[in-house]
Design a protein around this ligand. Sequence first.
Ligand SMILES: Nc1ncnc2c1ncn2[C@@H]1O[C@H](COP(=O)(O)OP(=O)(O)OP(=O)(O)O)[C@@H](O)[C@H]1O
Ligand SMILES: CC(=O)N[C@H]1[C@@H]2OC[C@@H](O2)[C@@H](O)[C@@H]1O[C@H](C)C(=O)O
Length: 398
Amino acid sequence: MNSQIEKLYKISKKESRLIIGLMSGTSLDGLDIALCKIQGSGFDTQLEILHFDTLPYQDEFRNHIRKIFAKPEIQQQDLCGINPYVAIVHANLINSALANWKINPSAVDLIASHGQTVYHAPQSLTKNPDLPNSTLQIGDGDHIAVHSKIITLSDFRQKHIAAGGEGAPLAAYGDFLLFTDAIENRILLNIGGISNFTFLPAKNSPLKAFATDLGPGNTLMNQYMWRHFNREMDLNAEIAASGTVNETLLKHLLQEDFLELAFPKTTGPELFNLDYLTIKQENSDTQHLSPPDVMATLNMFSALAIANGIQRLTQDLNNAAIYVSGGGLHNPLLMANIRAGLPSVKVTSIDEIDMNPDAKEACLFAVLANEAVAGKPENVAGLKDSPAVCMGKVSFPF
Ligand SMILES: Nc1ncnc2c1ncn2[C@@H]1O[C@H](COP(=O)(O)OP(=O)(O)OP(=O)(O)O)[C@@H](O)[C@H]1O
Ligand SMILES: CC(=O)N[C@H]1[C@@H]2OC[C@@H](O2)[C@@H](O)[C@@H]1O[C@H](C)C(=O)O
């Protein structure tokens, strides 16, 4: 037997595994690295975060990604080169995180790498019946494995699409296994570049769990801040809070077919970008607005896309609570606007159910890798509209 296959076999039989979960989202702020100790699988999964860090990207990295990110037309040569480039940068960041934590790489069983999404193209976006739903995450797994010397699982989204999904949100799987409660109906809202939620009905409920994207989270605000203020984000909503919401522009921003689609659905900055804003400003004759007023309006737009979407679910639900994760949780105006749009539901940080809100997505990829090596598809058969599959492709270092 190939010694690497034997090693993987032994890892799959271990009582607990050390798995590094990686998430690199649309915000391009850095690589989230969570070193998780995971025991068991399925509903018996127990996850403990041993270490977590977000290691910031350099401008050079961001500039490379921006050349191809969410663009329908790019240079193939860029895409080809940036694929291994991302992997090598990620492997170097993993190696330095392990060195900082004084952990020997040989102690780590697996890496679970999300990769960098560069394009997400469900048919709801392309309207092209000839091409299937598709999505592309780059940062090749073989390169990560070779440069870190750790067995790596990557490219999780392709199996989801092959089995009938849109490739997202994958949070459904880990959320379902880790956070389903006996009596409380839970909505796990993540506000990254794009906002999404997982609905977890209480264990005895006849309802089924599912996950869906909602619309923009931070992405439009970030893109606008970059263009008009040369800053990565509206830190603590200082700019948005100094402006006034323009109701005319807001009304136009909310007129979008995607927001009306039934759950589950997925989207990305391929739709919610500055061209979207420009067209809406032209249509509403609001090109004259000051940047702070635009930011106030974009903040409210994201909040209402989230609150209106969740309202569809909570209007018929008792004993429900919303637990928030992702960078949007740190935007006080966004959270206040969301809470105002959902006055009858508790909206709180996912911290309250013992999960670090910034580490959650990285941890969920560690859970996916754990299921791929030690779980079984039946563990997630209770999810509605998410295929019951194990995901991730295996790369050996040697
Ligand atoms: N203090 C803060 N004030 C305002 N916004 C903040 C703050 N901290 C984080 N954010 C927002 O959160 C973003 C990062 O969120 P997160 O890391 O969850 O996104 P991501 O993982 O890149 O996205 P996705 O989950 O969509 O892939 C930042 O780019 C910024 O917009
Ligand atoms: C294609 C893609 O990368 N989608 C991301 C993105 O970021 C948030 C939202 O859109 C979500 O659907 C997904 O990520 C999370 C981790 C998911 O799959 O659950």
